[in-house]
Ligand binder design. Structure first.
Ligand code: COA
Length: 188
Protein backbone atom coordinates (compact mmCIF):
# COMPACT_ATOMS: atom_id res chain seq x y z
CA UNK A 1 0.00 0.00 0.00
CA UNK A 2 1.11 3.54 -0.75
CA UNK A 3 2.21 5.87 2.07
CA UNK A 4 -0.09 8.72 3.05
CA UNK A 5 1.33 12.07 4.07
CA UNK A 6 -0.39 14.60 6.31
CA UNK A 7 0.88 17.83 7.83
CA UNK A 8 2.77 16.11 10.68
CA UNK A 9 2.54 12.41 9.91
CA UNK A 10 3.37 9.63 7.50
CA UNK A 11 1.03 6.64 7.43
CA UNK A 12 2.77 3.63 5.94
CA UNK A 13 2.87 -0.17 6.15
CA UNK A 14 4.85 -1.61 9.07
CA UNK A 15 8.43 -2.47 8.20
CA UNK A 16 11.54 -4.02 9.66
CA UNK A 17 12.92 -1.76 12.40
CA UNK A 18 9.50 -0.83 13.87
CA UNK A 19 9.54 -3.44 16.64
CA UNK A 20 10.91 -1.22 19.43
CA UNK A 21 8.35 1.52 18.75
CA UNK A 22 5.48 -0.98 18.57
CA UNK A 23 6.65 -2.63 21.79
CA UNK A 24 6.61 0.74 23.59
CA UNK A 25 2.82 0.86 23.46
CA UNK A 26 1.85 -2.80 23.07
CA UNK A 27 3.75 -3.98 26.14
CA UNK A 28 0.82 -2.56 28.11
CA UNK A 29 -2.23 -1.86 25.90
CA UNK A 30 -4.49 0.75 27.49
CA UNK A 31 -7.72 -0.25 25.72
CA UNK A 32 -9.42 -3.41 26.92
CA UNK A 33 -10.14 -4.48 23.34
CA UNK A 34 -6.40 -4.59 22.61
CA UNK A 35 -5.37 -6.58 25.70
CA UNK A 36 -5.01 -9.71 23.60
CA UNK A 37 -2.37 -7.87 21.53
CA UNK A 38 -0.10 -7.40 24.55
CA UNK A 39 3.51 -8.17 23.60
CA UNK A 40 5.74 -10.02 26.04
CA UNK A 41 9.08 -8.79 24.71
CA UNK A 42 10.94 -7.31 21.76
CA UNK A 43 11.15 -10.67 20.01
CA UNK A 44 7.34 -10.90 20.08
CA UNK A 45 7.19 -7.34 18.71
CA UNK A 46 9.43 -8.36 15.81
CA UNK A 47 7.10 -11.23 14.93
CA UNK A 48 4.10 -8.88 15.15
CA UNK A 49 5.78 -6.31 12.88
CA UNK A 50 6.47 -9.06 10.34
CA UNK A 51 2.80 -10.08 10.43
CA UNK A 52 1.58 -6.50 10.09
CA UNK A 53 4.00 -5.76 7.23
CA UNK A 54 2.02 -8.13 4.99
CA UNK A 55 -1.41 -7.08 6.30
CA UNK A 56 -2.93 -4.71 3.74
CA UNK A 57 -5.33 -3.31 6.34
CA UNK A 58 -2.69 -2.25 8.86
CA UNK A 59 -0.80 1.05 8.86
CA UNK A 60 1.84 2.52 11.14
CA UNK A 61 1.42 6.16 12.19
CA UNK A 62 4.86 7.83 12.06
CA UNK A 63 6.00 11.27 13.07
CA UNK A 64 7.27 13.06 9.98
CA UNK A 65 10.02 14.82 11.89
CA UNK A 66 11.61 11.79 13.58
CA UNK A 67 10.19 8.73 11.80
CA UNK A 68 9.07 7.26 15.14
CA UNK A 69 6.05 4.96 15.02
CA UNK A 70 3.58 6.49 17.49
CA UNK A 71 0.59 4.28 16.82
CA UNK A 72 -1.36 2.39 14.23
CA UNK A 73 -4.59 2.23 12.29
CA UNK A 74 -6.45 -0.70 10.79
CA UNK A 75 -9.24 -1.03 8.29
CA UNK A 76 -10.43 -4.58 7.79
CA UNK A 77 -12.80 -5.53 5.00
CA UNK A 78 -15.68 -7.79 5.93
CA UNK A 79 -15.97 -11.32 4.54
CA UNK A 80 -18.57 -10.27 1.96
CA UNK A 81 -16.79 -8.01 -0.53
CA UNK A 82 -20.10 -6.79 -1.98
CA UNK A 83 -20.81 -5.03 1.32
CA UNK A 84 -17.87 -2.68 0.61
CA UNK A 85 -17.74 -2.29 4.36
CA UNK A 86 -14.72 -2.12 6.65
CA UNK A 87 -14.24 -2.05 10.39
CA UNK A 88 -11.72 0.56 11.49
CA UNK A 89 -9.64 1.08 14.60
CA UNK A 90 -6.77 3.05 16.07
CA UNK A 91 -4.20 2.70 18.79
CA UNK A 92 -1.88 5.50 19.82
CA UNK A 93 1.13 5.35 22.12
CA UNK A 94 -0.31 7.24 25.15
CA UNK A 95 2.79 9.44 25.21
CA UNK A 96 1.49 11.03 22.01
CA UNK A 97 -2.17 11.41 22.97
CA UNK A 98 -3.93 14.75 23.27
CA UNK A 99 -2.08 16.38 20.37
CA UNK A 100 -4.52 15.74 17.54
CA UNK A 101 -2.37 13.04 15.95
CA UNK A 102 -5.09 10.39 16.02
CA UNK A 103 -7.60 12.73 14.34
CA UNK A 104 -5.06 13.83 11.72
CA UNK A 105 -4.17 10.19 10.94
CA UNK A 106 -7.75 8.88 10.94
CA UNK A 107 -9.00 11.65 8.63
CA UNK A 108 -6.36 10.83 6.05
CA UNK A 109 -7.02 7.11 6.52
CA UNK A 110 -10.78 7.53 5.97
CA UNK A 111 -10.09 9.60 2.87
CA UNK A 112 -7.92 6.74 1.60
CA UNK A 113 -10.43 4.01 2.49
CA UNK A 114 -13.34 5.81 0.86
CA UNK A 115 -11.59 7.04 -2.25
CA UNK A 116 -8.57 4.83 -3.04
CA UNK A 117 -9.97 1.58 -1.59
CA UNK A 118 -13.58 2.24 -2.59
CA UNK A 119 -15.26 1.37 0.70
CA UNK A 120 -18.89 2.45 1.03
CA UNK A 121 -19.27 2.17 4.81
CA UNK A 122 -16.80 2.35 7.70
CA UNK A 123 -17.71 1.34 11.23
CA UNK A 124 -15.98 1.11 14.59
CA UNK A 125 -16.76 -0.72 17.79
CA UNK A 126 -16.01 1.33 20.90
CA UNK A 127 -16.56 0.30 24.52
CA UNK A 128 -18.87 2.61 26.49
CA UNK A 129 -16.09 3.67 28.89
CA UNK A 130 -13.67 4.61 26.08
CA UNK A 131 -14.44 8.32 25.90
CA UNK A 132 -11.34 9.40 23.88
CA UNK A 133 -12.24 6.93 21.13
CA UNK A 134 -15.91 7.99 21.13
CA UNK A 135 -14.82 11.60 20.81
CA UNK A 136 -12.57 10.69 17.91
CA UNK A 137 -15.45 8.93 16.13
CA UNK A 138 -17.61 12.00 16.61
CA UNK A 139 -14.89 14.36 15.32
CA UNK A 140 -14.68 12.14 12.24
CA UNK A 141 -18.39 12.68 11.66
CA UNK A 142 -19.36 9.10 12.54
CA UNK A 143 -22.87 8.40 13.73
CA UNK A 144 -23.47 6.48 16.95
CA UNK A 145 -25.75 3.71 15.75
CA UNK A 146 -26.39 1.82 18.93
CA UNK A 147 -25.13 0.15 22.05
CA UNK A 148 -24.76 -3.61 22.36
CA UNK A 149 -25.26 -4.40 26.03
CA UNK A 150 -22.82 -6.89 27.58
CA UNK A 151 -21.61 -7.61 24.05
CA UNK A 152 -18.05 -8.76 24.48
CA UNK A 153 -15.53 -9.78 27.11
CA UNK A 154 -11.81 -9.09 27.27
CA UNK A 155 -11.15 -9.65 30.98
CA UNK A 156 -12.21 -11.86 33.88
CA UNK A 157 -12.99 -10.97 37.47
CA UNK A 158 -11.10 -12.40 40.47
CA UNK A 159 -13.35 -15.46 40.46
CA UNK A 160 -12.51 -16.11 36.81
CA UNK A 161 -15.91 -15.04 35.49
CA UNK A 162 -15.92 -13.03 32.23
CA UNK A 163 -16.55 -9.30 32.59
CA UNK A 164 -18.86 -8.25 29.74
CA UNK A 165 -18.58 -4.79 28.25
CA UNK A 166 -21.17 -2.55 26.60
CA UNK A 167 -20.04 -1.74 23.08
CA UNK A 168 -21.12 1.12 20.87
CA UNK A 169 -21.13 0.98 17.11
CA UNK A 170 -20.20 4.14 15.20
CA UNK A 171 -20.40 4.36 11.41
CA UNK A 172 -20.17 6.68 8.44
CA UNK A 173 -21.06 6.22 4.78
CA UNK A 174 -18.89 7.50 1.94
CA UNK A 175 -21.65 9.86 0.81
CA UNK A 176 -21.92 11.28 4.34
CA UNK A 177 -18.14 11.74 4.50
CA UNK A 178 -18.21 13.60 1.19
CA UNK A 179 -21.22 15.71 2.12
CA UNK A 180 -19.67 16.76 5.42
CA UNK A 181 -16.35 17.54 3.75
CA UNK A 182 -14.94 15.59 6.68
CA UNK A 183 -11.77 14.78 4.82
CA UNK A 184 -10.91 18.38 4.15
CA UNK A 185 -7.47 19.10 5.46
CA UNK A 186 -6.71 15.40 5.81
CA UNK A 187 -4.01 15.35 3.21
CA UNK A 188 -1.01 17.61 3.10
C1 COA B 1 -8.58 6.80 21.04
C2 COA B 1 -7.29 7.57 20.83
C3 COA B 1 -6.69 7.19 19.50
C4 COA B 1 -7.60 9.07 20.87
O1 COA B 1 -6.38 9.79 20.84
P1 COA B 1 -6.35 11.39 21.12
O2 COA B 1 -4.96 11.82 21.08
O3 COA B 1 -7.16 11.66 22.35
O4 COA B 1 -7.22 11.93 19.91
P2 COA B 1 -7.05 13.23 19.00
O5 COA B 1 -6.00 13.04 17.99
O6 COA B 1 -8.43 13.52 18.48
O7 COA B 1 -6.57 14.35 19.99
C5 COA B 1 -7.53 14.99 20.80
C6 COA B 1 -6.89 15.99 21.72
O8 COA B 1 -5.79 16.64 21.11
C7 COA B 1 -5.91 18.07 21.31
N1 COA B 1 -5.12 18.72 20.25
C8 COA B 1 -3.92 19.30 20.46
N2 COA B 1 -3.42 19.74 19.29
C9 COA B 1 -4.32 19.43 18.33
C10 COA B 1 -4.35 19.63 16.93
N3 COA B 1 -3.34 20.21 16.27
N4 COA B 1 -5.42 19.17 16.24
C11 COA B 1 -6.46 18.56 16.88
N5 COA B 1 -6.48 18.33 18.23
C12 COA B 1 -5.40 18.77 18.94
C13 COA B 1 -7.39 18.28 21.27
O9 COA B 1 -7.74 19.50 21.86
C14 COA B 1 -7.87 17.09 22.09
O10 COA B 1 -7.67 17.35 23.45
P3 COA B 1 -8.75 16.93 24.55
O11 COA B 1 -8.85 15.42 24.45
O12 COA B 1 -8.17 17.43 25.83
O13 COA B 1 -10.01 17.59 24.12
C15 COA B 1 -6.27 7.25 21.97
O14 COA B 1 -6.82 7.61 23.19
C16 COA B 1 -5.87 5.78 22.03
O15 COA B 1 -5.09 5.29 21.21
N6 COA B 1 -6.40 5.05 23.03
C17 COA B 1 -5.99 3.66 23.24
C18 COA B 1 -6.47 2.75 22.14
C19 COA B 1 -7.96 2.82 21.92
O16 COA B 1 -8.73 3.07 22.83
N7 COA B 1 -8.36 2.55 20.67
C20 COA B 1 -9.74 2.53 20.30
C21 COA B 1 -10.38 1.26 20.68
S1 COA B 1 -12.12 1.36 20.34
Amino acid sequence: MQSIETERLILRPFQQGDAADLFRYLQAPTASCFLSMKLADLAAAEVEVERRATDAGSLAICLKQTGQVIGDLFGEAGADEEDETASVGWNLNPQFGGQGYALEAARAFFEHLFHARGFRRLYAYVEDHNIPSQRLCEKLGMRREGVFVEFVTFTKDDAGKPIYENTMQYAILRREWMAKGAGLGALA
